[in-house]
Design a protein around this ligand. Structure first.
Ligand SMILES: [Zn+2]
Length: 313
């Protein structure tokens, strides 16, 4: 609860949250339940409106007197560009989330990793201290991996195939929208992908491939595909576990809610938008951000991370 009170206090320094928290009752930080009940959510539409009205690049979410160390444009197709600022806490916590994603899909010391994604994607910019100023330990640095990065443009898919042939990464991280052009290049080249890589990881902001799409591409490319979920406005990452095939994320980094919106027939819960609170983002807080990804939360208990949060999309 101390962590929660600290987060609310820190976030209150940002104009957007100051206004929201003005109406908070004193007991909002008395328990997580009370926090969820009392604290207003934040939506992408609100961030857009705030940027348009105030002209503040961070949609009035910046909560300290210091300037950010790095700033990225968020990958949303919105009418105005939105930005996120990262200070030391954000860089450290966010890179730790990526390290755990890498570790869960089996990457470790000495492995080569390929990334085919934009520079504004956390999949790229948190990978190595060589890619991002002030990032002290990217996922590759922490795990002892060697990483190759190339801009993930669909029309450069041939290069992604050549990176696989010549660099031979164990795992290639690929933007979901590049999966189709990449598969076409693999087929044009008659490349037996499994001779070169162990798996593909696909990622996109606030969306995930459906299970049916994943299965179809796994069949077509004959390698396992693990889905990664990014919610960039909340600096959130989760990745599909090779063992249980649910997305894992981490409670010490994020508070994730998926409000049960009634049950389908047979007692199955209806998926609801994931609502994310970030524990490490102190300079640019994300408090109860409502994502566009619908999912259900599953009980913890996977052998690959017994305490991990598990998300079914
Ligand atoms: Zn698992």
């Amino acid at each position: 609860m101390r962590k929660l009170r600290r987060l609310i206090r820190q976030a209150s320094a940002a104009p957007l949250y100051q206004r929201k928290f003005d109406v908070l009752r004193d007991d909002a930080s008395s328990s997580l339940k009370a926090f969820v009940r009392e604290t207003p959510t934040t939506t992408l539409e609100e961030l857009i409106a705030e940027k348009l009205v105030t002209g503040d690049p961070y949609s009035s979410r910046w909560a300290t007197d210091h300037a950010p160390l790095v700033v990225f444009q968020l990958e949303y197709g919105t009418e105005t560009s939105l930005y996120v600022g990262l200070g030391p806490d954000e860089l450290k916590g966010y890179a730790e989330a990526l390290r755990r994603c890498w570790s869960l899909v089996g990457l470790g010391s000495g492995d080569r990793v390929g990334i085919f994604d934009y520079g504004t994607s956390p999949v790229s910019y948190l990978a190595s201290s060589a890619f991002t100023p002030y990032l002290r330990r990217g996922a590759a640095d922490a795990l002892g991996c060697l990483v190759t990065c190339n801009d993930g443009e669909a029309n450069m898919s041939q290069r992604a195939v050549e990176i696989i042939k010549y660099v031979r990464p164990r795992i290639l991280f690929l933007r979901s929208d590049c999966l189709h052009p990449f598969a076409l290049e693999v087929e044009k080249d008659s490349l037996s992908l499994s001779d070169y890589i162990d798996a593909l990881v696909t990622a996109e902001n606030e969306a995930v491939l459906s299970t049916a799409e994943r299965v179809a591409y796994e069949k077509r490319l004959a390698v396992p595909i693990y889905r990664m979920l990014r919610v960039d406005a909340a600096m959130f990452l989760a990745v599909e576990c090779p063992r249980c095939r649910l997305l894992h994320s981490w409670q010490d980094l994020f508070l994730v809610e998926a409000p049960a919106g009634g049950s389908e027939e047979g007692g199955k819960r209806n998926p609801a938008p994931l609502v994310i609170t970030n524990w490490f983002a102190k300079s640019c807080p994300a408090i109860r951000y409502v994502s566009q990804v619908k999912a259900t939360l599953e009980p913890a208990g996977c052998p690959r991370g017994p305490k991990d949060l598990r998300i079914a999309t």
